[in-house]
Design a protein around this ligand. Sequence first.
Ligand code: SAH
Ligand code: F3S
Length: 486
Amino acid sequence: MPSFSVVTFGCQMNVHDSERIEEVLQRAGYGRTEEVKGADVVVLNTCSVREKAEQKLRSEVGRLGVLKRSRPELLIAVAGCVAQQEGERLTKSMPQIDVVIGPDNIPQLPELLASAQHGSPAQVRTVFDHDRPTFLAASPEPGQGNVSTFVTTMKGCDERCTFCVVPYTRGSERYRPSSEILAEIERLVAAGTKEITLLGQTVDSYRDPERALPAAPLAGEGVSRWGRRNANPDDETEFPALLRAIADRVPQLLRLRYTSPHPRHLTPALVEAHKDLKVLPRHVHMPVQSGSDEVLKRMGRRYTRAEYVERVSMLVQSVPGLTLSTDIIVGFPGETEEQFQQTLGLLEQIGFVGVFGFKYSQRPFTPALKLADDVSEADKSDRLTRLLDAAETIRGRHLATLVGTTQAVLVEGRSKTGAFTGRTERNEITHFGCSDDPTGELVPLVVRRALKHSLIGDMADERRRRDYDAVVEPRPAPRSLPVVAG
Ligand code: SAH
Ligand code: F3S
């Protein structure tokens, strides 16, 4: 049996695509191996959302090229966003590549590999499936489902934020029929999955191509409150209706998360769904990108700071204790120190418990290329450090308030240290000891200690409790620096 290995760069969408690539290859008779060195086929699933993606690919292909010299039958396939973006150009600049395949063409990978095997020139397929979008479903064996897994509900993006390459590498928005989404979630939960994260570039803009979902309570209110600019052209999002349908159809599901939403689809109907549905955890990741109206405008985000604050406040007020995390770009063209300060101010105002911060980098095809990339690298680095420091302070404050409280933790498995690891409702990573294996259970834990990014807890059930400090295997002592006697 020929073997394959997939190397993944980038976001959750890519991790999800890599799993589908593995399934497609396994169905075609390939066997999976972790060992890139021994594999007959290596698939590099690339990302181009931030800089250095292509350099990374180039060095990876270079390394594989050396292997290929001693094993000419080795096939190198490049998938993902760089593949979609560069297409045939890649095979010109890196002749070691045998197959280039876009995110919408994964099902055709086995045939392209077969053609490449027969000595034909590099095979390139990067066609968007706009006419008949397909969504590859996970197909776990019973009992083999991961505790927590992703389900794609839409792909592509129509937003065209001026900095972002995604609309060009993933195409325009296409939604998956609700019946398919519901069936996949049912299957996953039957196979043992407890937590689903719905996945899409603007996951909350969902509209059901089948028109099968009953309208959610308060549907349409967003349009009347913020006007059509902030809603879909002829209707409001049906995302709240989808959430309700999932909760209704699959009551055994313990948690239903989603990522990444766009703030302009945070409607009263979505807030209402959060109020009603216990399966929705009290945590939402809501990218804001900047706290300055001028910068938001240049980014093409289609909301003001006040509107973002109004929308998320509506959510926080309706769901007490709900926490928010966000994405922020520093050093966008023209960002002044004062505008960056406004972002820091927003961090405090909202109290984000998690911040993914990025230095702006120019991406191919994007409208922001027309703006001068005029914030110096030193200023970008400095702003990123200050941003992450501020975020860490807020996070530390938040985690400290949890010490002594009891939190329901969904156990994902044993970590390398020997302790178990899971997440609280609000997505805080928690480590603890247990006398048996509680993987897949929702267990109450008493938080004992707050670390920088995670919590240490004790099982509330004393019979199963094991002291975390006693179960973790002692780490090797850090190597001390040589001391030079003076
Ligand atoms: N909606 C998508 C966003 C994809 S990009 C999602 O599902 O996550 C993820 C984050 O990368 C963005 O929110 C933004 O903060 C950051 N990003 C995107 N393009 C960037 C660029 N050109 N420079 C720096 N950061 C960028
Ligand atoms: Fe990118 Fe903006 Fe869409 S960040 S993925 S263009 S919502």
